[in-house]
Design a protein around this ligand. Structure first.
Ligand SMILES: [Zn+2]
Length: 310
């Protein structure tokens, strides 16, 4: 993945987030009547997803590549499967499977999401998101009855009260707070590896806009106020069902950070030079599969802007 960035980092991403590269057609209008019989269809390419959301991966050309199976080799129709869409005339689906089936490797979205092709990335993130939803919606939220999978894996139906349950996505915001000049705020959660820092993030609450969530989360986590909140880009994060909405926001760099010790255990202002230093041991930055990496890379790639605070 390219790390090329321009000078207009505040308003536009120069690199598409790793998990936002989908190129296939989701073909949603065919879901309600899809007569896909996985166990008999040699023309459908099936991605197996294990109970812990690993997928089969090979490395034919040195880069990780999803290993699909022909529909007629996955055995009788699996109970949990879903139609993912089409690309270049090929139909794709997911099916649940155990790790006992042969594969070169079973790997996770975190491990390969930034390295697979655009086509694989789109299918992978959709498959993992749907598999997560299948696992979390086995029971009707109204009456608790077991639900039935319908519409090619895109609806769970309650046979008792006829409730239809659709896949859900939870909005979360993630924000690079900068001082309008050469510093940005990075924080560390207690569960992260030592010296791993990232930008601030949190879920959008009911009745709240994404921008309000930025203001609230930044204040809750480091007790500073921000202005000039700008939307940058978004990325699905289906672990289990988030959509990360990426922002930048500006804070007066004279404000001291007070870490809440609940969500974060450390937070600091870092300069571009500190983050660009290849010999640094601290901070370690988030991996390329994350939108946080994208926000930080965009900010680092720009020439230090003139301070605009008034
Ligand atoms: Zn029900």
């Amino acid at each position: 993945m390219s790390s090329e960035v321009g000078t207009d980092w505040l308003s536009r991403p120069k690199v598409t987030p790793a998990l936002s590269r989908a190129v296939h057609d989701r073909d949603g209008h065919r879901r309600p009547d899809a007569q896909l019989s996985l166990g008999q269809d040699p023309d459908t390419q099936v991605l197996l997803v294990t109970e812990d959301y690993l997928v089969p991966v090979g490395e034919p050309d040195g880069a990780p590549t999803l290993q699909f199976r022909r529909g007629d080799t996955v055995g009788s129709d699996p109970a949990d499967w879903a139609y993912l869409g089409t690309h270049d005339g090929v139909r794709y689906a997911l099916a649940r499977a155990g790790r006992d089936l042969h594969a070169d490797q079973w790997l996770s979205l975190r491990e390969i999401g930034a390295e697979v092709s655009d086509l694989d990335a789109g299918l992978l993130v959709e498959a993992v998101g749907l598999a997560q939803w299948h696992d979390r919606s086995k029971h009707c939220p109204m009456c608790g009855a077991l639900t039935e999978l319908r519409d090619a894996g895109w609806v769970r139906h309650c046979p008792v009260d006829s409730t239809d349950i659709f896949p859900r996505t939870d909005p979360a915001m993630i924000v690079l707070v900068h001082d309008g000049a050469d510093r940005c705020v990075l924080g560390r959660q207690s569960v992260w590896p030592t010296d791993r820092f990232s930008v601030l993030a949190g879920f959008v609450e009911p009745g709240e806009s994404a921008e309000q969530a930025v203001l609230r989360e930044v204040f809750e986590e480091v007790r500073i106020s921000v202005t000039d909140i700008q939307y940058v880009t978004s990325q699905p994060w289906p672990l289990p069902q988030s959509l990360m909405l990426g922002f930048t926001a500006r804070a007066d760099g004279d404000q001291r950070l007070h870490v809440d010790q609940v969500e974060l255990v450390e937070a600091e202002w870092f300069t571009r030079a500190e983050l660009r230093d290849p010999d640094r041991t601290r901070p370690k930055l988030p991996p390329p599969v994350s939108i946080a990496y994208q926000l930080i890379t965009n900010w680092l790639g720009a020439a230090p802007a003139t301070a605009t605070r008034t």
